[in-house]
Design a protein around this ligand. Structure first.
Ligand SMILES: Cc1cc2nc3c(=O)[nH]c(=O)nc-3n(C[C@H](O)[C@H](O)[C@H](O)COP(=O)(O)OP(=O)(O)OC[C@H]3O[C@@H](n4cnc5c(N)ncnc54)[C@H](O)[C@@H]3O)c2cc1C
Length: 505
């Protein structure tokens, strides 16, 4: 019912699962090399002399305290655990350069870490790799309020950057549920998609330049702020989405769009997935240029958000829910379009119930229902996560298929995601990790996805967990070229070993 009394409680903020507040539980996470078949490569082991050398490079910022290290050795999902003994916190690109030059010479492996919110095990060491944290590289360098160009260090937290540019009348071109913790460098390194992709597109289009430090310590300054620059190969694209395997991103130049003056969010209940698709079709046709997000979630997601986070549904119980956001420059124009759209939906039977939010507090509360699904799932048990791109009309087919295949062996099988981008987050929860359940899921999910010519990683990247399934989405020639690029830029393979590239390419 439109305008029904508001029942959503609070907006909540991202809980950092691997943070020190939960570190007392960290030992429960099995060591990665005990759970997965992976062999340590012949890198050097950090010695006392190495520690002394690091202390000279980043005085007072060499962390060796096991308690402090524990949070950085365990990933957000608490599914992977490394045993690094050293964490370094550089403040500048020069410090990163000194560290990498030294590690390159000494053959020491390095794992770059941003906010440690990654979903594929890329952010934590597999064995004893040195953790290079960008947490102290958190300075905004400049903001140009004519062009909307932001230049900042890689360790800036996304939410803080959002605040910075919003105060100046702009928005960040990306937004995601992990915004309170993830770093812009991590966002670039994973080519994060998120909630604004439908409107502003991929980071590959909005990043104007970057600075990266290569494995041997070379500083590659491509920190341009130009919209157009066709002077040869676009080297920054190599680092976007390379997940810390080709270099450490140290600074970023990014184009921020103007802040929309009017934002509205409608939250709708749909009786079936066919109606969700039809709603999307109608939405695109009727809302056109003001449509800025179209997200969906199934009924189980809503139940889990209610059970684990105590967020209540603002609409009647339905098999599916969609969140439609509009962003425009004139409130009356958008309101008129939106009310026409909502009237049409109500009359058509495509939606069974809905609510509309125009003020900031309610908008945030509606978004929380969608953004916090990841958090609710992680409280439900061990999570098997799949993040796949599919033709939009087949987007949900795999969810009922898996429910039938797994039966009671899975606690919950859920589907949600960025419908407007053809991106399904398929999640299976269970009481604990089980190799047998994993065997039921893989390679089945990947084969199914490849059968639809989909992608086995839509936006989360490859990391450790997906490295051996790249072949489902890339031809052997592409994998071979990727390996050659890695060898060229990181001949000793010290940057994020065991990640992103298949063990055998
Ligand atoms: C609640 C929640 C919601 C999420 N929603 C989304 C979503 O909607 N869309 C999406 O795409 N992802 C999402 N994610 C996943 C994650 O937040 C993103 O992948 C994010 O971009 C990771 O940033 P980070 O700073 O935490 O990087 P980390 O997790 O620390 O690292 C991720 C990878 O990038 C590398 N890396 C980090 N910083 C650098 C650097 N400066 N230079 C080189 N390599 C680096 C790491 O080595 C690692 O391989 C979500 C995660 C959570 C917990």
């Amino acid at each position: 019912m439109w305008g029904s009394p508001w029942r959503v409680v609070g907006t909540g903020s991202l809980v950092r699962r691997g943070s020190s507040s939960t570190s007392s539980r960290a030992p429960e996470v099995v060591l990665t090399h005990e759970r997965y078949p992976v062999q340590r490569l012949p890198f050097s082991v950090v010695s006392e002399e190495d520690r002394a050398a690091f202390e000279r490079m980043v005085p007072g910022r060499v962390i060796m305290d096991p308690e402090e290290l524990e949070a950085s050795n365990v990933d957000w999902l608490r599914s992977m655990r490394g045993c690094s003994k050293v964490l370094l916190r550089p403040r500048t690109s020069e410090e990163v350069s000194h560290i990498l030059r030294y590690c390159h010479e000494r053959n020491l492996a390095v794992n770059t870490q941003g906010g440690n919110t990654g979903m594929v095990g890329g952010s934590v060491p597999v064995f004893d790799e040195i953790i290079l944290s960008t947490a102290l590289m958190n300075q905004v360098i400049s903001f140009h309020d004519m062009s909307g160009t932001l230049v900042c260090q890689a360790g800036c937290v996304l939410e803080e950057l959002s605040r910075h540019v919003e105060e100046r009348g702009f928005v960040m071109p990306l937004d995601l549920g992990a915004k309170g913790t993830c770093h812009i460098g991590g966002n670039l390194a994973t080519n994060a998609g998120g909630l604004r992709f439908l409107r502003y597109g991929s980071l590959r289009g909005t990043v104007l330049g970057l600075e990266a430090v290569l494995a041997d310590g070379t500083v590659l300054n491509c920190l341009m702020s130009l919209r157009k620059d066709n002077t040869g190969y676009d080297l920054k694209q190599l680092f976007i989405g390379s997940e810390g395997t080709l270099g450490v991103i140290t600074a970023v130049s990014i184009l921020c769009p103007p802040k929309p003056r009017a934002v509205n969010v409608a939250f709708l209940g749909c009786p079936g997935f066919a109606e969700v698709l039809q709603t999307f079709h109608t939405c695109r046709g009727m809302l056109g240029e003001i449509l800025s997000a179209f997200e969906f979630m199934d009924a189980t997601c809503m139940q889990l958000v209610g059970r684990h986070l105590h967020l209540a549904s603002p609409v009647q119980e339905s098999p599916f829910y969609v969140l439609v956001e509009t962003s425009g420059s004139r409130a009356e124009h958008d309101a008129e379009k939106l009310s026409g759209f909502l009237e049409q939906l109500l009359g058509s039977g495509l939606v069974t119930d809905g609510t509309l939010a125009t003020d900031q507090r309610k908008i945030k509360a509606l978004w929380a229902l969608r953004e916090r699904i990841t958090e609710a799932l992680s409280r439900d048990g061990y999570v098997y996560k799949y993040d796949i791109s599919l033709p939009v009309e087949r987007l949900y087919d795999l969810v009922p298929d898996l429910r039938a295949r797994l039966g009671p062996r899975a606690k919950h099988v859920v589907g949600y995601g960025h419908l407007g981008d053809g991106n399904l987050h398929l999640n299976v929860t269970a009481e604990a990790f089980s190799a047998a359940l994993l065997g039921e899921l893989e390679p089945y999910v990947y084969e199914w996805t490849a059968g639809q010519r989909g992608s086995v990683s839509a936006e989360h990247g490859v990391g450790f967990k997906k490295r051996d399934v790249l072949g489902y989405s890339k031809p052997p020639e592409a994998l071979h070229l990727m390996r050659q690029l890695k060898t060229l830029l990181d001949p000793k393979g010290i940057l994020n070993p065991y990640k992103t590239l298949p063990a055998q390419a």
